[in-house]
Design a protein around this ligand. Structure first.
Ligand code: HEC
Length: 172
């Protein structure tokens, strides 16, 4: 029997839908304001972000390198599974080196140890990043094969790939 009043459930649904729409409008207005108030990053801010991104990659590589370096020195017990896992991660992180150095930050006042020659001789820098990928992949493969002697032999060359690039491209 039709009545002048909506039944309670219908009325609640309408309230829900309305408040949902109002909430969405409010959210859109809020983000709209936030975006409008945020000026686009200046070239200096973009350079700073680029530096922070590449340093973050190296921090993660360092974290993954620590047990590998320890195994190479004999201060950490040999563990093929950790060597494989961490070398795989290092290879993936190293794959990001070249792209995170695309922004040329030479002209900006940023806190960085990256030497200007990285951009003067980008091919050499990229080749050193490729060397790191190659050595990390070789260590992961040796560890996966179960050949302990080959795995141990592949630990040091990986560390050397880090230092070789630092020697010529990173300030003290
Ligand atoms: C292709 C060159 C290259 C390779 C290979 C490389 N690095 Fe670096 N690394 C750099 C440069 C350049 C910087 C300086 C970055 C900056 O300050 O903007 C750096 C910085 C660092 C930093 C300091 C990060 C910070 O907090 O500012 C650490 C730690 C580091 N590298 C560890 C490693 C490890 C570990 C490896 C090997 C697994 C490695 N790097 C391989 C070029 C390289």
């Amino acid at each position: 029997m039709p009545g002048p009043f909506l039944n309670l459930r219908e009325r609640d649904d309408m309230i829900d839908a309305t408040s949902g729409r109002l909430a969405l409008l409010g959210l859109l207005a809020w983000t709209g304001t936030a975006v409008a108030q945020q000026p686009p990053p200046t070239p200096e801010q973009r350079a700073q972000t680029a530096v922070e991104t590449r340093q973050a990659i190296f921090k993660l590589m360092n974290h993954n390198m620590a047990p590998i370096g320890g195994m190479a020195r004999g201060t950490t017990p040999f563990d093929a599974a950790i060597a494989e896992r961490n070398a795989t991660r290092i290879a993936q992180l190293a794959d990001m080196i070249a792209e995170t150095f695309v922004p040329d930050t030479r002209a900006f006042k940023v806190e960085t140890r990256a030497l200007p020659k990285i951009w003067d001789n980008a091919d050499d820098f990229k080749a050193k990043a490729q060397d790191l990928i190659r050595h990390a992949t070789a260590l992961a493969a040796a560890a996966r094969s179960g050949d302990q002697a080959a795995t141990i032999a592949a630990l040091r060359p990986l560390g050397a790939a880090c230092s070789t690039c630092h020697d010529s491209n990173r300030a003290e």
